[in-house]
Design a protein around this ligand. Sequence first.
Ligand SMILES: [Zn+2]
Length: 198
Amino acid sequence: MNANEALKKLADGNRRFVDGRPTHPHQKPERRAITSSAQQPFAQVLTCSDSRVVPEILFDTGIGDIFVLRVAGNIVDDAVLGSLEYGAAHLNIPLIVVLGHTRCGAVTAAVEGADTGDHITALVESLLPAVEASRSKPGDPVENAVRANVFLETEILRQSEPTLAKLWETRAIQVVGAVYDIGTGEVEWLDLDRSTPE
Ligand SMILES: [Zn+2]
């Protein structure tokens, strides 16, 4: 499967989920048996830990389909990069999706400048560039920062040396951004360079 096919598969799955007619593929014992010796997921998804944002469900996928990383604010750190590198370079997964979401608590904390004096502060600090980048934009500051964060992270992944940048430049991988609406269930694909799906 190439990146465009993977993107379409995710978009189709999200459409089924939104319409209330999911097929819950690949969740039976046979699938467990088939995938027990090796995995061959078709997409990587970096998203938030928020309990309302569940990639396997919102893309209507199953066991062995998507390689998922979840961390509050879907921020990129070295552990995330290493995981994505493994997926891209060793599992040959053609697509990376950075999936932000509406009403993100981590982004809200960053917009409000929360300083809790613990590790949450460090997490929030890594979201400040997105808050800064979207500060002058009209509209809701949290939703703007969510989008800016997805955009910035997508750029970080595309430029990440040595592995992801090389795969991106040689078009071996596609890196796209999207925002999940926790109310409607819809995934909005962001119009980024080389990332416009059907
Ligand atoms: Zn969140």
